[in-house]
Design a protein around this ligand. Structure first.
Ligand code: GLN
Length: 252
């Protein structure tokens, strides 16, 4: 339609029709094209990683509002998946140390590939955010009882409830369930991350999450009970609370 003078080669037409057929079975468009744009960068995706969502841009923007560009930071992205959060933060906050933690062996090569194709300086760690073992990587080599100074822990963990998993939009059902399911009430990752990973965070450090549209109150309570103060929220384009965060210990 954009170029009516040009004839479409037969193979291209066949491929196009094939993709339309697949799309009509609700396979996400991004699984057919193999990529998704996020904050102006391109990420390779397939059925092993969650497709980057616009909602998650709210999370990244909120981190950028709170960490000054003129300073260097140490940031850990937990449950990194495609790497969209870690990669965009590393690009925007040049010179910072950005770590990405991911458990899934299927997702990990995509994370690595997305870091490389966007020439981002991100250190990759494979491991489970739900137990302390991976935290050992953040020990201070000079003072092994202490952790290195981490300014910010950011995460878009799996947060859908059992009920929501049973009613997934057809497209979303093609995405990895382990990237979506957050336990029966959807809150299991927030509980463990806030408690366990607050240890790694420097005093006054920022912990910030993407959350489901009904989870603000619960996650606020979780953060408060794990010693976080100055708790704040940010809304997505539909006006729902999509991001919540807090600082380790009250700032007076
Ligand atoms: N926002 C995603 C969805 O429902 C869920 C992402 C997540 O669990 N982190 O489409």
């Amino acid at each position: 339609f954009l170029d009516p003078e040009r004839e479409v080669p037969q193979e291209q037409e066949a491929l196009y029709r094939q993709m339309i057929d697949k799309r009509s079975t609700h396979i996400p468009l991004q699984h057919l094209t193999g990529e998704q744009e996020f904050m102006g960068l391109t990420f390779k995706v397939n059925e092993h990683v969650l497709i980057p969502r616009q909602d998650t841009e709210v999370l990244v923007e909120e981190v950028l509002k709170r960490l000054s560009k003129s300073e260097k930071h140490s940031i850990i992205d937990l449950c990194s998946g495609s790497g969209c959060i870690a990669v965009t933060l590393a690009k925007e906050l040049e010179g910072s140390d950005v770590y990405a933690v991911e458990l899934s062996g299927d997702a990990f090569p995509y994370l690595a590939e997305n870091v490389k194709r966007n020439s981002a300086n991100v250190k990759l760690l494979r491991g489970d955010v739900m137990n302390g073992a991976i935290m050992e990587n953040f020990r201070d080599p000079e003072e092994p009882d202490e952790y290195i100074n981490i300014d910010c822990i950011v995460s878009n963990p799996p947060y859908l409830t059992e009920q929501e998993m049973a009613e997934l939009q057809k497209e979303v059902a093609f995405e990895p369930h382990k990237a979506l399911y957050g336990g029966v009430d959807g809150l299991q990752f927030y509980r463990v991350i806030a408690r366990l990973w607050s240890e790694v965070l420097a005093a006054d450090g920022l912990m910030i999450f993407e959350i489901g549209s009904e989870q603000a109150e619960d996650v606020k309570n979780i953060l408060a009970s794990c010693g976080f103060g100055n708790i704040f929220t940010a809304n997505d384009a539909t006006g729902a609370v999509r991001v919540i965060g807090g600082y380790k210990f009250e700032r007076e």
